[in-house]
Design a binder for this molecule. Structure first.
Ligand code: DAH
Length: 340
C-alpha cells in the first residue's frame, strides 16, 4: 500500500506540474478524487491490508494532500491570469487626454452672459441671490400680502421650516435695495421654481433675470429705452415687440413686454401657445410700497423693474422649440451649442 501511494504521489506531482489550465486541473481532480479515482481504488484495497488503521491514515494523508495541492494550483492559476490581464491592459497614456471631448456651455448660461454683458455696458452691477427664500422676500416685501390672489399664480415648493424655493427673481428686490440704497442699477439672474404642470412652454424650474434701476426722475421712457437696447443687442437684429398693460402687485403701472415668436415667425405654434407672441419681459414702475419696504425715499426716487424670462429668451435666440429640452440633460441636443 505504502509503495502504491508513493508511486501515485510521484505521478500526481508530475501531472500537476504539467497542468496548464483549469480543465487539466479538473481532470486531475477526477482522476484522483473522483468516484472511480485512485483514492477510491486505494480505499478498496484497504480490505486486504495487514494494518488497516495505518493504511487508512496513509490514504487519508494522501487524499488531503491531493486536495490541497489542487486547490493551491487553482488559486495560483487565477492569480496568474489576473497578472497577465494587468500586464496586457492598455497602459495609461497621458498624451491621450488631449483627445478627450470637452463639454459646452448650457444655452441658458450663454444667454445669461450675453444679457449680462449688455447691462454691464450700461452701468449695471450683477448680483447673486439665494434659491431658498422666505415668504417675506418672495411675497410680502413685494406688496403681495398673505391671501392675495396674485399668490395663486406662484405656487411653489415649501420646506418644512416654512421657507420656499423662490418663484421669481423679484424675491431679491428687497435685499438689493437694502444692500445698496438709491441710486441703484442692478441685475440679478437666478433659477426659479413653480409647482406647475409642464408642457412645451412651461417648466417647474426655469431662469429669470431681474433688473432694477432706481434714481431721481426715472420714468417709463427709461424703462422702454433699456428694454429695447437690451433686446436689439441680444438678438443682433430688429425684433418685433409689443408692450401691453399687465398687472403685478409690485409695479404701478405694470406692463407685459412680448416678443414676436421666433420659432413660427408669429403664425402660432405650441411654443407660443398659438398666439404668435411670447411674454418675455414683464416690467413696470416700482410700486411706492415696495420702494418704502426697501428703505428708499419715495419723495426723491422712482425706479423701474423688469423680470426677463431667460429661459424663454434662450428658446427664442437659439430656436429651441420645447422648454423641457433645457433640463433634459440630453447631450445630443446640448452639445450643439459647442460652437457658439
Ligand atoms: N416676477 C414676475 C413673475 O415672475 C415678473 C415681473 C413682473 C418682474 C414685473 C418685474 C416686474 O420686475 O416689474 O411673474
Amino acid at each position: 500500500m505504502k509503495e502504491r501511494i508513493e508511486e501515485l504521489e510521484a505521478l500526481f506531482e508530475k501531472a500537476l506540474s504539467e497542468a496548464t489550465d483549469a480543465a487539466a486541473l479538473e481532470n486531475l481532480r477526477v482522476e484522483y478524487l473522483g468516484k472511480k479515482g485512485h483514492v477510491a481504488e486505494l480505499m478498496k484495497g484497504l480490505r486486504d491490508a495487514q494494518d488497516k488503521k495505518a493504511a487508512g491514515q496513509l490514504i487519508n494523508v494522501f487524499k488531503c494532500g491531493v486536495e490541497s495541492r489542487i486547490e493551491e494550483a487553482t488559486e495560483a492559476m487565477k492569480q496568474a491570469q489576473i497578472n497577465a490581464r494587468i500586464r496586457n491592459a492598455k497602459k495609461y497614456n497621458p498624451t491621450l487626454a488631449r483627445e478627450r471631448e470637452f463639454g459646452s456651455y448650457h444655452p441658458i448660461t450663454l444667454a445669461t452672459r450675453e444679457v449680462e454683458d449688455v447691462f454691464i455696458s450700461m452701468g449695471f452691477t450683477i448680483e447673486n441671490y439665494n434659491e431658498i427664500v422666505d415668504d417675506y422676500q418672495c411675497f410680502e416685501a413685494l406688496n403681495i400680502p398673505k391671501h392675495h390672489p396674485a399668490r395663486d399664480m406662484q405656487d411653489t415648493y415649501y420646506l418644512d421650516n416654512g421657507q420656499l424655493l423662490k418663484t421669481h427673481t423679484s424675491a431679491a428686490q428687497n435685499y438689493i435695495m437694502k444692500k445698496y440704497g438709491a441710486p441703484l442699477r442692478a441685475i440679478f439672474p437666478g433659477r426659479c421654481f413653480r409647482n406647475e404642470s409642464t408642457d412645451a412652454c412651461h417648466e417647474n424650474t426655469f431662469f429669470q433675470m431681474e433688473g432694477m434701476m432706481i434714481d431721481e426722475n426715472i420714468s417709463i421712457s427709461n424703462l422702454i429705452y433699456f428694454m429695447k437696447t437690451m433686446l436689439s443687442e441680444v438678438f443682433k437684429r430688429d425684433v418685433k415687440v409689443r408692450l401691453r398693460p399687465g398687472f403685478f402687485p409690485f409695479v404701478e403701472p405694470g406692463f407685459e413686454l412680448d416678443i414676436n415668436c421666433e420659432i413660427c415667425g408669429g403664425e402660432g405654434c405650441p411654443s407660443c401657445k398659438n398666439s404668435g407672441w411670447l411674454e418675455l419681459c414683464p416690467c413696470g414702475m416700482i410700486h411706492p410700497n415696495v420702494l418704502r419696504e426697501g428703505g428708499i425715499d419715495t419723495e426723491k426716487y422712482t425706479g423701474f423693474a423688469f423680470g426677463l424670462g431667460l429661459t424663454r429668451l434662450a428658446m427664442m435666440k437659439y430656436g429651441v422649440k420645447d422648454i423641457r429640452d433645457f433640463n433634459s440633460g440630453n447631450l445630443k441636443s446640448l452639445s450643439q451649442f459647442k460652437s457658439i
